[in-house]
Design a binder for this molecule. Structure first.
Ligand code: CP
Length: 306
């Protein structure tokens, strides 16, 4: 049985097939509307979510299946002390596939070891968010026509931002990608990503503090929120939270064809005045998240669509 814990669980060929399937779903949604009839998706969310949980649920409903689950630890028996291992054994009796978000790194992996259904990591602490990465890759490939041959700026909270960690791991497998890692000193990319992923793979990258210095050369700008929930004290968060604000003035420094992505939710790091700029694609990106999660459910459940 296949689970999805990290974007690297899929080979480049498997990823290409998944993204092709997502594009076909986008083009021909009715072809897939009954493909998961009788199947159930469980969403086990121990942490808040809007996009990931609801796009998983929309994905399964679009495929003709059903959904069940919980949206916070407080509304599950985790509040009574039930372990993730016991919970997944129970959910395996109720559903065919599950998506789990948890504040502890590795919790979905623990669940996958006890599960008799496919488990999808829907975000574990500051570690990984592989389905956001699938969303990001589909967005980039669909709008730029390729994965590779670009300079991408990753801006904001690179320390705690799990979407950035997963995206870097996925992108280093494509040719001629240059990373510009834009963050305050305190929120730089963790050593394990810098040393074990970027340096070990001889990946071209550099670090910057000022967004203005990097933006003119970028093909893609991936903005991220400062992750309030991962800070140990409120004071540090308040000091960091408005370090970057992408506004119309900064967009004037960018290329005409630079795309702005953001996994969302945003707080202040992208001014709403940027939303109408045709280069701002973060809401379109959220829509791609539904197509790619539909493709992932079909793939993990090994559903063939004629
Ligand atoms: N991008 C993302 O993970 O959003 P949610 O936290 O709303 O799921």
């Amino acid at each position: 049985m296949k689970h999805l814990m990290s974007p690297l669980d899929l080979s480049v060929e498997e990823l290409d097939r998944l993204l092709d399937l997502a594009n076909d779903i986008e083009a021909n949604p009715s072809r897939y509307s009954h493909s998961c009839e009788g199947k159930k998706l469980a969403t086990l969310f121990y942490e808040p979510s809007t996009r990931t949980r609801l796009s998983f649920e929309a994905a399964m409903l679009n495929l003709g299946g059903s959904v069940l689950g919980f949206s916070s630890a407080d509304s599950s028996s985790a509040a009574k002390g039930e372990s993730v291992s016991d919970t997944i054994r129970i959910i395996s009796c109720y559903a065919d596939i599950c998506a789990m978000r948890h504040p502890k790194e590795g919790a979905p992996l623990v669940a996958s070891m006890k599960s008799s259904i496919p488990v999808i990591n829907a975000g574990d602490g500051g570690h990984q968010h592989p389905t956001q990465t699938l969303t990001d890759l589909l967005t980039i490939r669909s709008l730029k026509g390729k994965l590779g041959d670009f300079t991408i700026g990753l801006c904001g909270d690179l320390k705690f931002g799990r979407t950035v960690h997963s995206l870097i791991q996925a992108l280093i497998r494509y040719p001629n990608i240059h990373f510009v890692l834009i963050s305050p000193e305190e929120l730089r990319i963790p050593d394990n990503i810098r040393d074990e992923v970027l340096i070990k793979n001889h990946q071209d990258f550099r670090e910057e503090v000022r967004l203005e210095d990097a933006i003119p050369e970028l093909d893609l700008l991936y903005m991220t929120r400062v992750q309030k929930e991962r800070f140990f004290n409120e004071e540090d968060y308040i000091r960091m939270k408005d370090f970057y604000i992408l506004d119309k003035e900064k967009m004037k420094l960018a290329r005409e064809d630079m795309l702005v992505l953001h996994p969302l939710p945003r707080v202040n790091e992208i001014s709403t005045e940027v939303d109408d700029d045709p280069r701002a694609v973060y809401f379109k990106q959220a829509q791609y998240g539904v197509y790619v999660r539909m493709a992932l459910i079909l793939t993990l459940l090994e559903v063939e669509v004629c």
